[in-house]
Ligand binder design. Structure first.
Ligand code: C2G
Length: 141
């Protein structure tokens, strides 16, 4: 018998998410795992060092290639790429044929404009952990 998908089976969905993922922590892991659970394939855009410098006025602790390497090694992640600009989100969603865009709810409402090409989901942030707080703690601040 040929392996024909049943008519009622929903097509496998591609999920896309974005982030810096600097000083990788459990809040990052949870958003990635919950994003992956919304589809069959998870693509992650890891923000470029230059984008961070422009946006936050400082270099990330870990370089872009290190952050990419860490995110790519996660079981839940199928593909990673460098997010060069926040303004290219629509292009990335199209390029990777994403059905769902996932972000933490610190971005709530910010990407609703993409609802014309994909589902947009904001997941609750993991409380009480952030890269900034970790950097302050480690540096004794
Ligand atoms: N996150 C979370 N819980 C935390 C910390 C972060 O759920 N305690 C989520 C964020 O909401 C985001 C993802 O982890 O969805 C990555 O967080 P950051 O590395 O801080 O990413 P950011 O610099 O906000 O992304 O296009 C977006 C850019 O790439 C920037």
């Amino acid at each position: 018998m040929p392996d024909v998908p049943s008519e009622s089976a929903p097509p496998p969905r591609t999920v896309i998410t974005f982030g810096t993922f600097d000083v990788f922590h459990v809040g990052h892991l949870r958003v990635i795992e919950r994003a992956a659970a919304l589809g069959a394939r998870l693509v992650v855009g890891v923000s470029a060092d230059a984008l961070n410098l422009r946006k936050k006025g400082r270099e990330p602790v870990f370089s872009q290639s290190e952050r990419l390497e860490i995110v790519a090694a996660l079981k839940a992640v199928h593909e990673v790429f460098v997010e060069e600009s926040l303004e290219l989100k629509r292009d990335y969603i199209t390029q990777f044929a994403a059905d769902v865009l996932v972000m933490g709810d610190d971005w709530a409402g910010r990407f609703d404009e993409f609802q014309d090409i994909c589902e947009v989901v904001y997941l609750p942030r993991t409380p009480a952990i952030s890269t900034t707080a970790l950097i302050e703690k480690i540096s004794g601040g």
